[in-house]
Design a protein around this ligand. Structure first.
Ligand SMILES: [Fe+2]
Length: 457
């Protein structure tokens, strides 16, 4: 009996039909995406318009077409002998890049990358699928060598791109539109290409240009499990973006003050929102004081490209720390500067009482990324000599669009400002584990920094 390698060889050399190959692959354990890639590579090797009796269904009922005509009347085959197929995981396998899966990444700027074939020569990448993303949102790191660019891409998941190093340009246009907009960016910039626009990124500097992109791709790919639909869709979301020349502009007219009405929102006292597709430098953006979350705390919300994914920038002073709180998954905290640590724990009000496996301390620097998992308490401490600022792209949340699922995603909804004494999700300073203050004071002493926390009542 032939093994799978021999079937693959026979298929690539044209000795067996596509139909026969797909059937062998489905029953012979070849992964869905490996099958797809092979079909695609033969299609591109001179078989571009072969459809007809071809089978467009590969193993799990997912579809993927590279340079092939879709035959709408082709009957789709489904396979019934599979369980727990995770389309997102299958997609990651096919991409063949490193995948970071821990609770945090020490320094995104140093993380190891590999050549990213799909995006073109001179492009390297890695996926970021941390524990706290919980299959809701995830990200990737992408780096362009000097003089290089990505291929143009479009897809049905949202993106928030943060530039870690270098400088470049992105060109953006809607499907079916001739109107192209160009955005120049550099380290510190935040760009959100609107949903399903064509986007192409160029390095315009002399050094590598590296960026982090947060997406809600896992939800979208899992939900539709049809890559052709997600990556090859002609729909233009003109309600979000219609080629407006001001769309990626950056000036103070992009800032709106909103008085929110949601009592349990973090923003109940009103908030500044930057409403644009672009932020020239997140490290420089002016913030507004926000006392609910803790001492010396400043914030601005980013409403980017009318996304459901949302982001905010927060800064807190040296010698201070925030109140612990908890919420749904997926708040990806990227440290923009400063030095300190974050505690994350699950299951108990007191950090010290949490079981070791759900008790994490993350010491961060500029370039660190961490994600508090679903329902874990977390608390940020500035133990350095300068203010510490982060940007946190999040699933759903506290912006223009609110998602009821997962409690509104990775922000403080559902009793978010209510003390845990009253059944809420915020630990007031006077209720916290005494060990927390001791640990902080010891850390500051080590660093020669003064405590600036309010005195205990
Ligand atoms: Fe949080």
């Amino acid at each position: 009996m032939k093994d799978m390698k021999e079937w693959v060889r026979d298929f690539l050399s044209g000795n067996i039909s596509r139909r026969e190959f797909v059937e062998r692959a489905a029953t012979g354990g070849l992964s869905l995406f490996a099958t797809t890639s092979l079909l695609s590579s033969r299609a591109q090797a001179g078989n571009l318009h072969a459809t007809g009796s071809d089978v467009h269904d590969h193993g799990n009922g997912l579809h993927h077409h590279h340079g092939e005509q879709r035959a709408a009347d082709t009957p789709q085959r489904r396979f019934w002998n599979q369980t727990n197929v995770n389309p997102w995981e299958e997609w990651l396998k096919q991409e063949n890049l490193p995948v970071y899966r821990d609770y945090y990444i020490r320094d995104l700027r140093q993380a190891e990358l590999k050549p990213w074939k799909r995006l073109g020569p001179g492009v390297r990448g890695a996926y970021v699928d941390l524990v706290g993303g919980e299959g809701i949102n995830a990200g990737y790191i992408c780096e362009l060598a000097p003089g290089q660019q990505t291929v143009a891409q479009r897809y049905l998941f949202e993106e928030v791109l943060y530039v870690l190093s270098g400088q470049g340009e992105s060109v953006i246009w809607n499907p079916g539109s001739e109107v192209k907009r160009s955005v120049r960016w550099k380290a510190g910039s935040v760009l959100s290409p609107p949903l399903n626009v064509w986007r192409q990124h160029f390095n315009r500097g002399n050094s590598p240009a590296r960026f982090l992109v947060m997406t809600n791709a896992p939800v979208v790919i899992d939900l539709f499990h049809n890559l052709d639909f997600v990556f090859n869709n002609d729909y233009a979301f003109r309600d979000r973006y219609d080629g407006d020349p001001d769309y990626f502009a950056a000036s103070n007219h992009k800032v709106h003050h909103k008085d929110t009405t949601a009592e349990e929102s973090e923003q109940a006292k009103g908030v500044d929102t930057w409403d644009s597709g672009f932020v020239p430098d997140a490290r420089e953006l002016a913030l507004r004081e926000s006392k609910e979350r803790g001492a010396g705390n400043y914030r601005i919300e980013l409403q980017l490209a009318d996304n459901t994914m949302q982001a905010h920038i927060s800064e807190f002073e040296t010698g201070t720390y925030k109140k612990a709180h908890r919420h749904g998954p997926g708040s990806h905290v990227v440290m923009l500067n400063g030095r300190g640590y974050t505690l994350m724990w699950k299951g108990t009000l007191k950090y010290s009482d949490a079981p070791a496996v759900t008790q994490k301390r993350i010491d961060w620097v500029e370039g660190s990324l961490f994600v508090p998992p679903d329902g874990w308490f977390h608390q940020h401490f500035n133990s350095g000599t300068d203010p510490a600022r982060y940007i946190a792209p999040t699933w759903g949340g506290d912006g223009k669009w609110f998602m009821r699922s997962l409690g509104g995603g990775g922000r403080t909804h559902r009793l978010g400002k209510t003390s845990t004494r009253k059944g809420g999700n915020l630990i007031e300073y006077e209720d916290e584990d005494p060990h927390i203050r001791e640990m902080f004071e010891a850390e500051l002493k080590k660093n020669g920094v003064d405590v600036r926390m309010p005195k205990r009542k």
